[in-house]
Design a protein around this ligand. Sequence first.
Ligand SMILES: O=C(O)[C@H](CS(=O)(=O)O)OP(=O)(O)O
Ligand SMILES: [Mg+2]
Length: 242
Amino acid sequence: MSSINNIDVFFSAQSFQENELRNKSVVVIDVLRATSTIVTALMNGAKGVIPVEDMGEASRISQSVDSDNYLLCGEKDGTKIDGYDLGNSPLEYSRDTVEGKTLIFNTTNGTKAIKKSLGSATIYIASFLNLSSIVNALSVEKNEIVLLCAGWKGRLALEDMLLAGNIIHNLSGGSLSDMANDGAKVAFGLYEKYGNDISSVIFQSNHAQRLKQIVGTDDLEYCAQTDICNLLPVLHEGIISI
Ligand SMILES: O=C(O)[C@H](CS(=O)(=O)O)OP(=O)(O)O
Ligand SMILES: [Mg+2]
């Protein structure tokens, strides 16, 4: 694998320039909730997920495809957008609803982070739900790795940084050298502080406080689960699939 010292962690999609990702493999992390929802949709048989930048792009794509095979999905301010089939709660993405469908997916932070990564060599989609699959893939990754936390509107999100810390902990075998990048050290330090107490960190995060007001706590409990599936979603030609 590429050296652990070549792993960096970015705290939001606004914290870097696209050209910094050239020839690198990027792991997009948006625990609450976009990447947890993408993983869930694919686990439940969705054919693929098309991440989009905004409502305009979502609407252009949805008008050009056969609506029987596509679902228009996503949120604004945490709530399903009027006229969309589904919002951004992973619990909506049941097998009955998504099996065999391609999803056009539009969220505040997660899909924007994915779109900003398009110039990289590889884009993986990570959540706690598929943590081990991501760690396994990265353990043989040849390129330099960026763990791209989606954050919230340019700010750091605790739950995303904690997943980055868990990934680094697993890859490093439990210790990080002085040569590691600052971002990796911060994420690793968060892991060392909280260990595997993922649920309590997620519940105390700013994003969780916001989501509780909008959708309650079911999504938070769901997204705090580790390794409920063995999936490695990758973006290829604009579509995320497994
Ligand atoms: O739906 C979510 O959880 C958030 C919406 S908001 O930023 O809290 O308004 O979107 P995401 O892109 O999954 O962070
Ligand atoms: Mg988020």
